[in-house]
Each structure stands twice: as C-alpha cells, then as structure tokens.
Design a protein. Structure first.
Length: 201
C-alpha cells in the first residue's frame, strides 16, 4: 500500500482549485487525449460500465488522513444498502470537524467505476471527500481558487488516487466517462472527480 505523502493539508487544499471552472484549453487537450483511453481498458469492462444491471458493487477505500480502511458492498440485488451507505458517509467525513453528510450515490458509482477500469487491486486512496462549510471557508482563507460553493460540501466530490494506476491515466479514464467534473493535479498526485457539470481542468 502506498504511503501517504508529506504535506497532506496542501494536497487537499489544492483539490479545491478550479472546481467550478470551465472547459479550459488544458481540459480540451485532455479530452482529445482521453479519446484513445479505451484502448487501455478491456472491452468487457467498458461493456459492464455501460450495462451494470444488478451487479453487486463493492468498494475499498483508504483514508490518507484518518488511516482508516473500509471495504463495503454498498449496492446489491438492485438496491443501495443502507448500512453500507452509512459506513461510507462516515468514512468520507470531514477529517477536520468530524462532520458527516450523505454522499451522492452517483459519486460512489463513479469512483467504483474508475477503480474497476483502473485494473488496480489496491484500495482507492482518499485525499478528500466531504468538506464542511467551516472547513471550506478556512481553506478559502489559505488558498486562492477554493470554490465558495464547493461540491465537496454537497457530498458530490472526491479527491482520489489509485495505486497501480498512474494519475494521468486515471484522469483520462475519468474524462472518457463524462460523468462530471475532472481535475488533474500531477504534483500532489491525485484526481478530483465530481458529479456536477461535465468540465475539465
């Protein structure tokens, strides 16, 4: 398992930058590059993503801040599992305030899909999940570019990386899916994904 990097606070704060941004030149070039990502993913996996049906969905997470590990089957027999959802909501809490909010089911499905397509067997490393209004305001005071209405505050965004899958490759897969916003942060080494409007930076 990959060890957490130094300066985790800086990593998380960087994840808020440009969240409500627009389709930039960099994003446009990234989208073009992502068009070829399908060649890096087996066809059966793409087929499963398009037609998931009632297949069970199990997700495995590791928190860089709390050092907690969670493996949960949150979707089974065509239904989201309440107990597993509660566990995930708590796991993805604001690590600073302890605040918990219901995480968007679409976000969990997006992260789960990225994990599948990455081909990695390592847990998904979470840099940031839910962010309380208090934490978001504090980060605004520290860093430029932190979104005032961050989707992290709505439980609709996560900053992640997946050991065994390069961050650039993960970004390309996320762009290819077109399920929301995708932010690429190579120096802190993570990808921001959310279930808002489709946009890239």
């Amino acid at each position: 398992m990959r060890k957490p990097e130094n300066g985790i606070g800086q990593i998380e704060e960087a994840g808020a930058h440009h969240e409500d941004g627009f389709f930039s030149r960099r994003g446009f070039l990234g989208a073009i590059a992502a068009a070829g990502i399908i060649s890096l993913v087996p066809a059966p996996l793409w087929a499963a993503v398009k037609s998931p049906g009632k297949i069970s969905r199990t997700i495995e997470l590791y928190s860089l801040h709390s050092k907690e590990h969670l493996k949960a089957t949150y979707y089974k027999n065509g239904r989201y599992q309440p107990r597993a959802m509660q566990e995930l909501n708590r796991f993805l809490r604001d690590h600073r305030t302890g605040g918990v909010r219901a995480i968007d089911k679409k976000l969990l499905d997006l992260v789960h899909t990225l994990w599948q397509l990455s081909g990695s067997h390592e847990p998904i490393h979470v840099v940031c999940g839910y962010r309380s209004p208090l934490t978001n305001k504090m980060l605004q005071g520290r860093r430029r570019g932190v979104a005032r209405k961050s989707l992290h505050m709505e439980g609709k965004a996560a900053d992640i990386y997946i050991p065994g899958c390069g961050t650039k490759r993960l970004q390309k897969i996320a762009v290819r899916l077109k399920r929301g916003g995708v932010g690429y942060y190579p120096r802190p080494d993570f990808v921001h994904v959310d279930t808002g409007k489709v946009r890239y930076w």
